[in-house]
Ligand binder design. Structure first.
Ligand code: ADP
Ligand code: 5GP
Length: 220
């Protein structure tokens, strides 16, 4: 982000802003991983919140990058030590958002992207309501959702069936989100999600440097 103009004067972008927590949820296969990757690629100002999980590592995943992989005893210890902002059991495994990285980052103006389910979204909203932006992606149809899960080629047929069985239950949580976007065309969906992020960054309450800036304007 450009913080100085050509004469070295600070630009409006340099005004201090509190970071936000940008949550992307969807039924499995609707495209949240794809949209999250596009956001991270195009927007250097947002960083992924890396969850801890007890689920086994999948081929190609990197510990500390995709997840912090821990066993159940370690996860339980982290819960007892109150190290999580939220945690939940999904598909029989435990997942949690570590507190430390996020809390300090938000104060410094760092935005975080979350790929978490509706249970985690509810918990984060209850704790940090004003920092949270909740976005839910829907597939254009149930048939297309099945096609995407099959086409992704990462899951056995019985896993795909389990994900399809859960899809309706996940979709039923659509009304717990601030924004709902149908992921029909990937570029259109990405453009809409980017616009949501841009607008949320401009919210008055997040621009903590505005008071001083406006005082300066009045005094000039
Ligand atoms: P999720 O993270 O929600 O489980 P993914 O991002 O892994 O979903 O997407 C599932 C599959 O669907 C992937 O193979 C992805 O490339 C594909 N996909 C995502 N969005 C679209 C889209 N708009 N049109 C067609 N295919 C898509
Ligand atoms: P996967 O095992 O496929 O990576 O993720 C399974 C589900 O767990 C997804 O719906 C994902 O959004 C959710 N998830 C991942 N990390 C967390 C987390 O820290 N908290 C919660 N509540 N859900 C998570």
């Amino acid at each position: 982000m450009k913080r100085m103009d050509d004469t070295g004067k600070p630009t409006v972008d340099a005004l201090h802003r509190r970071g936000l927590m940008f949550i992307l949820s969807s039924p499995s296969g609707a495209g949240k991983t794809t949209i999250a990757r596009m956001l991270l690629q195009h927007d250097p100002a947002i960083r992924m919140s890396i969850s801890a999980t007890t689920r086994p590592m999948r081929p190609g995943e990197v510990d500390g990058q995709d997840y912090i992989f821990v066993d159940q005893a370690e996860f339980n210890r982290m819960v007892a030590d109150e190290q999580f902002l939220e945690w939940a059991t999904v598909f029989g495994n435990s997942y949690g958002t570590p507190k430390a990285q996020v809390k300090a980052g938000l104060r410094e103006g760092q935005d975080f992207l979350f790929d978490i389910d509706w249970q985690g979204t509810q918990q984060l909203y209850q704790k940090l309501e004003t920092d949270v932006v909740r976005v839910f992606l829907l597939p254009p149809s149930i048939d297309e959702l099945r096609r995407r899960l099959t086409g992704r080629g990462t899951d056995a047929p019985e896993v795909i069936q389990a994900r399809m069985d859960r899809a309706r239950a996940e979709i039923s949580h659509w009304d717990g989100y601030d924004y709902v976007v149908v992921n029909d065309d990937i570029d259109r969906c990405f453009a809409k999600v980017s616009q949501i992020l841009a607008a949320e960054r401009m919210k008055r309450a997040r621009q903590t440097g505005l008071i001083g800036f406006v005082r300066g304007l009045m005094a000039d």
